[in-house]
Write a new protein. Structure first.
Length: 153
């Protein structure tokens, strides 16, 4: 399985927000959205990734990202503790229940039951504009890569 390719319409999925609300494909409509799929809250590379993207948030927004979300199969409670510990503002979306269903819909569910490290940029019409999946969950995609995706370079 591989990450959804550019031009693909995002299908049905449901993730939980920190407040227990549902985040679905309808929430992607009308804006350029970056979904940052990461394997595990509190793991070293995931910690580095969210902190790196947080430091670059203004630059990412200047390049066209209207919304940025982290996505993992961790519970919303774990994600909340994770972002509080890191001091990051990137909202988190939980694929905990049913575990991995949304990650599977995006083509990023690892056979171990966690998301591959992947980036998906959706266009205002709900299609994938750009996507990237790291060769391994241990590889951190550079901010420059995400900026290239946003700029269409």
């Amino acid at each position: 399985m591989s990450v959804l390719a550019p031009g693909t319409t995002v299908g049905s999925f449901s993730l939980a927000t920190e407040d227990g609300e549902r985040f679905t494909a309808a929430d992607l409509q009308g804006s350029t959205t970056v979904l940052v799929f990461y394997p595990f809250a509190f793991s070293p590379v995931c910690t580095d990734q969210l902190q790196l993207y947080e430091r670059a948030i203004s630059e990412l927004r200047d390049a066209g990202a209207q919304a940025i979300y982290g996505v993992s199969c961790d519970s919303s409670w774990s994600q909340k503790a994770f972002t509080e510990k890191l001091g990051v503002s990137i909202p988190q979306l939980s694929d905990f229940e049913p575990k991995g269903a949304a990650c599977e819909a995006f083509g990023v569910l690892h056979e171990g039951g966690f998301p591959q490290r992947a980036l998906v940029i959706t266009a205002a019409d709900g299609t994938v504009r750009w996507s990237y999946q790291a060769p391994t969950p241990a590889e951190l995609p550079a901010v420059e890569l995400l900026l290239e995706g946003l700029r269409g370079s």
